[in-house]
Design a protein around this ligand. Structure first.
Ligand code: AMP
Ligand code: GLY
Length: 427
C-alpha cells in the first residue's frame, strides 16, 4: 500500500513513522518531505500547497490515500480537489477547516452550539474594538481573525497593550488580510492542554491529552514559538475531563459542522483551557498539532493507519476500537540559534547514534549539494523519548537532544515540568 504524506516537518515525519510502524509494508511518498522522512520512503519536491501537482502525483503513483499534515493546503481546498477527482484523502474540506482558519467562524459556531469558550466579539472598526476592550477590562485577548502562523494572538495584560494590538492589526497591516478583522475576547485562566480526535464527521476516536510548551525559555518564559516541546500523558486530564471534552466540545462541534453543511473529517484538535468552570475551548485546529504529534504517536500502541484509511475513504469509524496507549513521552525540540526570530540555515549537523526508545523526528533539515545534513528552519528536530515514567522520558529526551550538534543549537531542558511538579506534590 502506498500513502502520500503532504508536508515536510516533524509532524509529518511522525505520521510517516507511525504509519510504517503500523504496517512495515506501507510505502511512504512525501511531498515535499524532509531528510528524516527520506529514510522511511521517497520524497518528491512538490510544495504542500501545489494542489494540482499533488493530485497528479497521487494519481500517477496510485496511492491508497493521502494524509495532509499542515493547515495551508487544507485552507486552500486540497481535500475538496482530491475528492472531486475521486482520490481518497484524510483531512477536512476547506469549509470545515474554517474551524481553524477563521476564528470568527469558530467562535460563532461554538457560541451557537453552546460549546464552552471565552465570550468574544468581532470588529473591523478600531474605535469599536477599543471600546469593547474597556468594557471587558484587562487582562484581555486580541486575536487576528485569519491565519497568522500562530502569531496573531495578543494576550494583553493592560488596556494599553490591547490598544496597541488593535492599532497594529486594524490600523496598521500586521498579519495583512488576516488581521483586518479582530476578535476581542474574555481572558481565561487555567492550564492548557491539547486534545486530538480522529473523526469521520460523526463518530470520534479521542486521543489522550498532550501539553505543548510554546515559550522559548525554561519555566515557560520569553517569546512565543511554534512549540519548544510537548509531553503526554497529562494527569490533569482526568476521565471526567475527557468525558466533558467529548460530550460538550467534540460532539456538539461536529454536529454543528454537519448542520452547517460542512461535516469535518480528519483530525480535530481542541486547545482547551482547564478553568475553574471546566474545560473551555481556546482554539480549534483542523489538523494534528506540532510538536504534540511527535510526543503522542510513539505512545500509540494501536493502529492509526486503519482509522485513517477508513476516514480517507469516506467510511464510518463507528464501532472502531478506541486508541490504546502505553508509557510516557517527552519531546524536546532542538531549535536553531535566533529562533523564534530570523534564523540562518545551512549549518552542518552531527547526530548521535540511534538509541532504543528515542526517536529523532526531522523538522527543519535539508541536504546541501554535497549531501551533508544541514539546518533549514527554526525548529530543526523534535527528539522524543518514551519511558515508563515522565521523569525517565524527560531525562533521556534531553540527554539525546543535547548530543545533537550544530552551530547555535538551542533547546529547553524542562519539557513536562508542570507534570513533574504535580507528581512531586502527590504522595
Ligand atoms: P491561539 O492561537 O488561539 O491558540 O492562542 C495562542 C495562545 O494565546 C493560547 O495558546 C493561549 O495560551 C493564549 N490565549 C488565547 N486565547 C486566550 C484567552 N481567551 N484567555 C487566555 N489565554 C488565551
Ligand atoms: N502545537 C500547536 C499547534 O500545532 O498549533
Amino acid at each position: 500500500m502506498k500513502i502520500l504524506v503532504v508536508g515536510g516537518g516533524g509532524r509529518e515525519h511522525a505520521l510517516a513513522w507511525k504509519l510504517r510502524r503500523d504496517d512495515p509494508r506501507v510505502e511512504i511518498i512525501a511531498a515535499p518531505g524532509n531528510p528524516g522522512i527520506a529514510a522511511l520512503g521517497r520524497c518528491v519536491p512538490l510544495k504542500a500547497t501545489d494542489i494540482a501537482g499533488l493530485a497528479a502525483l497521487a494519481r500517477s503513483e496510485g496511492v491508497s490515500f493521502t494524509v495532509v499534515g499542515p493547515e495551508a493546503p487544507l485552507d486552500a481546498g486540497i481535500v475538496d480537489h482530491f475528492r472531486q477527482q475521486g482520490l481518497a484523502v484524510f483531512g477536512p474540506s476547506a469549509a470545515a477547516a474554517r474551524i481553524e482558519t477563521s476564528k470568527r467562524f469558530a467562535k460563532d459556531l461554538m457560541l451557537a452550539a453552546g460549546v464552552p469558550t471565552a465570550s468574544a466579539r468581532t470588529f473591523t472598526d478600531a474605535e469599536a474594538a477599543r471600546a469593547d476592550v474597556r468594557r471587558l477590562g484587562a487582562p484581555v485577548v486580541v486575536k487576528a481573525s485569519g491565519l497568522a502562523a500562530g502569531k496573531g494572538v495578543i494576550v494583553a495584560m493592560t488596556i494599553a497593550e490591547a490598544d496597541d494590538a488593535i492599532a497594529m492589526m486594524l490600523e496598521g497591516n500586521a498579519f495583512g488580510e488576516a488581521g483586518h478583522e479582530v476578535l476581542v475576547e474574555e481572558f481565561m485562566e487555567g492550564e492548557e492542554i491539547s486534545v486530538f480526535a480522529l473523526t469521520d464527521g460523526t463518530h470520534i476516536l479521542p486521543m489522550i491529552a498532550a501539553q505543548d510548551h510554546k515559550r522559548i525559555g525554561e519555566g515557560d518564559t520569553g517569546p512565543n514559538t511554534g512549540g519548544m516541546g510537548a509531553y503526554a500523558p497529562v494527569s490533569i486530564e482526568t476521565p471526567a475531563i475527557t468525558g466533558l471534552t467529548v460530550d460538550r466540545v467534540f460532539e456538539p462541534t461536529l454536529r454543528a459542522l454537519r448542520d452547517a453543511g460542512c461535516p469535518f473529517t480528519g483530525l480535530l484538535y481542541a486547545g482547551l483551557m482547564l478553568t475553574a468552570d471546566g474545560p473551555k475551548v481556546v482554539e480549534f485546529n483542523c489538523r494534528f498539532g506540532d510538536p504534540e504529534t511527535e510526543a503522542l504517536l510513539p505512545l500509540l500502541t494501536s493502529s492509526l493507519l486503519e482509522p485513517m484509511r477508513a476516514v480517507a475513504n469516506g467510511d464510518s469509524i463507528a464501532g472502531a476500537a478506541p486508541f490504546a496507549w502505553s508509557g510516557a513521552a517527552v519531546t524536546t525540540v532542538v531549535a536553531a540559534g535566533g529562533y523564534p526570530g530570523t534564523v540562518r540555515g545551512g549549518s552542518a549537523i552531527t547526530l548521535p547514534p540511534d538509541e532504543e526508545g528515542v526517536t529523532v523526528f526531522h523538522a527543519g533539515t535539508a541536504r546541501d549539494a554535497s549531501g551533508t545534513l544541514v539546518t533549514a528552519g527554526g525548529r530543526v528536530f523534535a527528539v522524543t523519548a518514551v519511558g515508563g515514567t515522565l521523569a525517565d522520558a524527560q531525562r533521556r529526551s534531553v540527554a539525546h537532544a543535547e548530543r545533537v550538534s550544530f552551530e547555535g543549537r538551542r533547546l529547553r531542558r524542562d519539557i513536562g515540568w508542570r507534570e513533574l511538579a504535580r507528581s512531586a506534590r502527590t504522595p
